[in-house]
Design a protein around this ligand. Structure first.
Ligand code: SF4
Ligand code: SF4
Length: 384
């Protein structure tokens, strides 16, 4: 069960990597001080009384160094015990050391990292040497007993190698989580790497088939999340719920943003942790109003869509940021969401008609071994 409240801590926007499609790294970015984390703790004690997950994100969060984690993990876990905090960290692993790994293992911090498939494909998108440095850090993390999962960014170039990428994850015994490359707001050619919505939709359907073909051997996390949405008729990851008010990101200097994707954009600062704002004050800030306007807009723009309950117009960042804060539409990935949600619903309905309830086989052989379908996957997910 995911925690209802999510705080993303961005210790720095700096990163030693040079991924070609990255939009969130800034050279010379300051590093968060422990005093800022103390301000964060003081704010959260009064702010909201719910189970919380803290995700350290970046830039590259390991640049904050071992001392930072040695101090802030006990601070957050101890001072905010009533919120039963969980932790997570998203890193390229280049700066993972046995010392940091030991501290993270003490607090059971699961690690999310990023590789885009085999070394050649990864390095062609993330820069020469990325893969080797990431794998070196992976070994250090594993040796300390940390759990590591990899996110694979699919770009308009790597999607042509989807079979090779899937086979790579399978051969390595890794579950797959995918991320579509977004248009970079900081590039002169924002769409250079971005995955087109139609290609993203095709990719999701391809991965659904692969997940079923490899049922019990390998998982595709996005497919699990999408199945959970359709099965429960509720969004299960931030893209498909109203994230406003449930997710906030804290920048290196304590500024509060609606999500890590906005960190470093002054026009998206809602307040600072040292001012201990209330939820109402955050909602009344200019970015808070813009996020609420998105949710209201979705009620109208998506009202005729059968997936609105568990899609909610997708990600507001994707919708608003490329147009400089103007509300011009829902998440541009809408065609991809529609494609996979339609596919899941159609298959679910077909399988339900196809499958007589137990004891109603009317003499037909129902013990025939069938290939796993989406209902098999949904049943498994509902038990997790
Ligand atoms: S803005 Fe997008 S990425 Fe950020 S929390 Fe909301 S849905 Fe998730
Ligand atoms: S699939 Fe598209 S139209 Fe339907 S709710 Fe999602 S964003 Fe809106």
């Amino acid at each position: 069960m995911k925690n209802p409240f999510h705080i993303m801590i961005i210790p720095t926007l700096g990163c030693p990597g040079r991924c070609k499609y990255c939009w969130s790294s800034e050279e010379g970015s300051p590093v968060m001080s422990v005093d800022t984390v103390r301000d964060l703790v003081a704010w959260l004690k009064e702010f909201r009384n719910d189970r919380v997950t803290f995700t350290f994100h970046g830039g590259e969060p390991l640049l904050a160094g071992a001392d930072f984690y040695r101090q802030v993990l006990p601070l957050l876990a101890g001072e905010l015990k009533s919120l039963t905090p969980d932790f997570a960290l998203q890193t390229n692993l280049w700066r993972m050391t046995p010392e940091i790994a030991r501290i993270l293992a003490e607090y059971h911090v699961p690690i999310g990292s990023s590789i885009d498939g085999p070394e050649e494909i990864t390095d062609s998108q993330r820069g020469e040497g990325y893969f080797a440095k990431c794998m070196k850090g992976y070994e250090v993390a594993k040796a300390a007993g940390l759990s590591v999962r990899f996110i694979c960014t699919f770009t308009n170039k790597s999607v042509r190698h989807k079979e090779e990428i899937f086979d790579f994850f399978k051969a390595k015994g890794l579950d797959l989580k995918l991320h579509p490359a977004l248009p970079s707001l900081r590039s002169e050619n924002p769409k250079e790497w971005a995955l087109e919505p139609a290609d993203y939709g095709d990719l999701l359907v391809y991965l659904l088939d692969k997940a079923l073909e490899n049922f019990g051997k390998m998982e595709v996390m996005n497919i699990n999340d999408l199945c959970r949405c359709v099965f429960t008729r509720r969004g299960s990851v931030c893209t498909y719920v109203n994230c406003m008010g449930n997710t906030f990101a804290i920048g290196p200097e304590g500024s509060i943003y609606p999500c890590y994707r906005f960190v470093g954009m002054p026009e998206w600062v809602m307040a600072n942790v040292r001012d201990r704002p209330t939820m109402e004050q955050l909602m009344q800030s200019e970015p808070g109003r813009r996020m609420t306007a998105f949710s209201d807009y979705v009620d109208t723009a998506c009202k005729d869509c059968s997936h609105i309950r568990y899609c909610r117009g997708g990600c507001p960042y994707n919708a608003i940021a490329p147009s400089g804060g103007e509300l011009e539409g829902v998440d541009p990935h809408c065609p991809a969401y529609k494609r996979i949600f339609d596919e899941l619903n159609e298959r679910m309905n077909a399988e339900m008609f196809d499958e007589p309830p137990s004891g109603m086989g009317f003499g037909l052989s129902v013990s025939r071994k069938k290939k796993p379908g989406v209902m098999t996957l949904m049943r498994k997910i509902s038990m997790q």
